[in-house]
Design a protein around this ligand. Sequence first.
Ligand code: IMP
Length: 430
Amino acid sequence: MRKKNIIVVGLQWGDEGKGKIVDLLAKNADIVARYQGGNNAGHTVVCGDLSLVFRLVPSGILNEDKICILGNGVVIDPSVLFQELKELSTVGINIKNRFFISYKSHIIMPYHKRLDTARERLRGAGMIGTTGRGIGPAYEDKVARLGIRAVDLLNRDVLYNKIVLSLKEKNYLFKNVLGEDVFNPDDLIEEYLNYGKKIKEFLIDASIYINEKLEQGLNVMLEGAQGTFLDVDHGTYPYVTSSNTVGGSSLAGVGLGPTKIDEVIGITKAYTTRVGEGYFPTELKGDDGKNIRDKGEEFGSVTGRPRRCGWFDVNLIKEAGRLNGITGMVVTKLDVLSGLPKIKICTGYMLNGSVINHLPFSSSDYEKAVPLYEETEGWSGDISQIKDFKDLPVNAQKYILRIEELTGLKINMLSIGKERMQIINLKNIF
Ligand code: IMP
């Protein structure tokens, strides 16, 4: 039987703890590939004294016998990439012949970053709360056929002409609409050609590479960044990121066909968080939210912004289960809920006198939908060293079983602490 190929995807608004789970699951995958997003993502992996935050390189990189790939769907800021590679080399992680980048991936340029922050300023109160890393403008350029691909960094004329073309409209905008300084292609070209020299050794055709490896009997894990409800189509638009984050897009993001995938694993926290603006029905604005934030250390790993915290939302997870075709779930940060006397689960929303079991369709309905809760008894004590489900406090077991029942999704694993090994295994994924 061939080895399983799997997709790992966030079921909420990002920050579900995918980094730790991908790092863990990477033991069973020969290749780990990212398919979308850029350095707006932040995935933390803790191993002993080592706590590393990756923004770009796949979370599997700490597993030294694994191949890691940035697919064509990823947008790359070379300055961040080379900083990360330097950090990896400082802690002794060897990436030679096992880290690759699709030559089709797009490059984030300094003008994308300036456009991102200037646009947010222009939006005023309606700001998205982007990470300001130029992600949106880089994807816009890709779709507008004005983007710079990684391979373009290898050729002076191609790169120069593409920068000139891309800046034609943008410099007009900077000068006349956004009140920003314009960019001169001559100031950018040498720096980016230099990145080209450094990136060259990593460039591959990810589709050819991955498909060939699968033919040879290796397997792949496709690692999603952000989460389902930040998806540009299926998320809480317009407060979303600018790529498709759902599992389906992973295939286009690396150049693989749908018939190759065996499992789609969704990661969710035992509660809910969100950074940036936008709809969040179960948000806790008072002390309860602050308690979860402090205990769960809920501060953005990229921007340091405090994360908004709230109760587990069944509607959200059921919807994410459907959008991604989830075959199993991992529930993270269960330990953070220890010590709360009562825990609530949102089971649906009341909208215009009826209960709905999906997200409202329009943003005006977002305002009107009222979450419906059931309350469960909490538990106390440190659960972070427990290895067996049956050793968890009874109320923690009940909470998990209730989540399975309400969402209709099976749970494969529980994460009960930051460390790699703080995991309770319920059902093998591989
Ligand atoms: P952008 O991706 O920087 O354009 O930001 C768009 C929205 O997505 C903002 O609300 C960000 O806070 C959010 N976002 C982007 N990346 C992540 C992530 O990795 N985790 C959580 N939120 C994110």
